[in-house]
Design a protein around this ligand. Structure first.
Ligand code: 5GP
Length: 121
C-alpha cells in the first residue's frame, strides 16, 4: 500500500471510544460518548461527541444527521443537569481560525460559574 492509499489516522476521540487513550467518561451509548475535557476552560467542561468521525463539524452533522445532532444537545442538557444545575453554554468550534483543533465533531458543555458576557473573549 503506498502512502496515498493509507487510511487516515483515527481521531483522538475515536481513540478514546476505542479505549486506546484514557478519558474520564461521563456518558456513553451506542452513538455518543461524553467525557471531561483534558484542558478544562471552565469549572465544568465536558465534550459530547458522536462516535462516528465522518462529520468534521456541526454544519456537516446538522445536514447529514439532524437526529444525531439533536441527541448531542439532549445529552448535553442531561449532563448539565448533573454537573451544573442545568445551566450551561454549548459551543461548537468550526474552523482552525476559531480554535478548532479536533476535526471530529464535538460539543463543548461549559458551566459552573461562567462570567456573564464573556462569550467570545
Ligand atoms: P476544539 O478546539 O477542536 O473545539 O476542541 C478540542 C478539545 O478537545 C480541546 O478542548 C482539548 O482540550 C480536547 N482534547 C484534545 N485531546 C484530548 C484528549 O486526549 N482527551 C480529552 N479528554 N480531551 C482532549
Amino acid at each position: 500500500m503506498d502512502a496515498m492509499s493509507q487510511p487516515a489516522q483515527p481521531s483522538v476521540f475515536t481513540r478514546i471510544v476505542a479505549r486506546e487513550i484514557p478519558a474520564d467518561i461521563v456518558f456513553e451509548n451506542e452513538r455518543i460518548i461524553a467525557f471531561k475535557d483534558i484542558q478544562p476552560q471552565a469549572a465544568v467542561h465536558l465534550l459530547v461527541v458522536p462516535k462516528t468521525e465522518q462529520y468534521s463539524n456541526v454544519t456537516q452533522l446538522a445536514a447529514a444527521d439532524p437526529a444525531l445532532l439533536a441527541e448531542v444537545v439532549a445529552i448535553a442538557k442531561q449532563l448539565a443537569e448533573r454537573y451544573c444545575d442545568g445551566e450551561y453554554r454549548l459551543v461548537f468550534n468550526e474552523g482552525a481560525s476559531v480554535g478548532q483543533t479536533v476535526f471530529h465533531v464535538h460539543a463543548h458543555v461549559l458551566g459552573g460559574g461562567l462570567a456573564e458576557g464573556s462569550l467570545g473573549q
